[in-house]
Design a protein around this ligand. Sequence first.
Ligand SMILES: Cc1cc2nc3c(=O)[nH]c(=O)nc-3n(C[C@H](O)[C@H](O)[C@H](O)COP(=O)(O)OP(=O)(O)OC[C@H]3O[C@@H](n4cnc5c(N)ncnc54)[C@H](O)[C@@H]3O)c2cc1C
Length: 524
Amino acid sequence: MIFGKKTLAIVGGGSIATSVLRQLLDEIMKSDKRCITDVIVFDPNNKVGAGMAYQLDSPSNLLNTRAGTMSPIDDEPDHFVKWLKANPAKWESHFPKIHISEAAFLPRGLFGLYLDDLFLESVERLNSMDVSVQHVEIEIRGMRPTAAGYELQAGSLSYFADAVVLAIGNLHSGEWDHLVQESGYFNSPYPCTDLVNTISPTETVCILGTGLSAIDAVVSLADSGHRGKLIMASRGGRLPSVRGIHNSNYSPGKLSRDAIKDLLHSGNQSFSLTQLYTLLMEEIVAADGLPFDIDSILRPQTGPHRYLDIEVQDATSSNRAWQSVLYGLNESIDLIWHHLNDADKARFEKGFKSQWLAYRVSFPVDNALKLQELIHCDQLSVFGGTKRSWRDEASNSFATSIDDHRLGFRATLYSDSLVNGTGFTADAAKCKSKLVRQILDSGLAAPHPYGGIVVDFHSNELRTQAGTLLPNVYAVGALTAGTHFWTNAMNVNARLAHQVVKNLTQRADREPRSSFLTRLPQAA
Ligand SMILES: Cc1cc2nc3c(=O)[nH]c(=O)nc-3n(C[C@H](O)[C@H](O)[C@H](O)COP(=O)(O)OP(=O)(O)OC[C@H]3O[C@@H](n4cnc5c(N)ncnc54)[C@H](O)[C@@H]3O)c2cc1C
């Protein structure tokens, strides 16, 4: 059954766009109604599907999530593993020595091959149901409501759609623009193969950041036979925790979605940090069956080298139930954040967020062992207290000043190359995306104090600066970090994308085209 022509624009062609497309296919098949007749995916890259994080790159860029829970399809958490088993011809030539299991931390590029294939398969199946899908290789720079829907602008070109999903990925900051033109400066570690092919093996390389992206850069260089000195430097100087090899998947009890809803129904309007901390500790004790001493993992005064030694020891010798609990919270983390009281949200952002990140985002032991070996043979040093980096003309190299209180070390470090592995900005107002700047400047979107832009928690529709919802314009992923808190996990994004697809199809199905559009704000 067709209800008139309705066009969905997906801005961005990465893993979330793939998730939206595939789940749209599923919803249309379930309802047997072509509520959307045309899909346009906008992305300036000539290839869509995998996106930035999962592009085919160094095989040492590993997923930090077990294969069995990496899925862009909310209802099918094991879809990736099933695809791997059913389609060896599609990936074995790229990754000949990989052993497939639900528990494995597989290369991110392998997940990318799967996403590419899923995207193409979804397009074919939608086409066979008379839903057209088109990829337009263009960056959308502006959006404007019109009397008939939304106009998406790309320079002198305009495209029109009834509904829009913004899936533009992480927000890039302009903080390092002063270095972008300098030879030897890499504004991102990706693709890591570019680092390996460009940086000479004997150079001193300073990698800004001590998180997962910085680790990808170090391991890729080391695996390629880099012999020069490697430096990792960040403000906090804290490496992520190492993922335990004996951990198993954990479904939360006291912090499950249902348990949180029960607490809310029983009179709690919001939660305090203290309340949540108590529930978290109880959850960890329940998962482990043993008392839990949080100081045994925090070690704030331990320097990064010693910290990594302890982490590797713990990750290989014991069950780290606390990690399983933190990963398990993916199912309810957005709901918990939504109901945390405002004062404690601010307290958390200021005082605890970076610690949370270091513990929640752990990295596989294989790469931890590589880092450990590089440190032990003095090829790699990790510092905190980074102040600034600049091009030093006198030495014809990059200079990075650091003041690491923990190590009692203050110096300016010189390097031949400088790799920016600091990640992204959460602050929409400071990001470089022309589209985000335009929707903020025009009032169509409002910056969220905790990251990205304001979206409705339940529908993911954008909220304008006037406080009204922007009908049929949704965002998923990093752009919604302030509302949903944890948008760095595939399974969380798949759930949110599913919710958007359900809203989109139900609304398009319920409302004939005229009323689907008349709820739009007045055209500017
Ligand atoms: C290095 C890294 C490793 C990660 N590892 C894991 C992991 O192991 N497990 C896990 O669960 N999660 C992981 N994540 C988190 C998460 O899964 C990713 O952030 C996810 O890929 C986000 O997908 P996306 O589609 O939002 O963004 P992307 O894949 O970045 O895609 C966004 C796309 O939008 C396009 N775009 C941007 N602006 C515009 C515009 N104005 N017009 C048109 N197109 C535009 C870009 O070109 C890009 O292709 C990782 C993230 C990173 C960065």
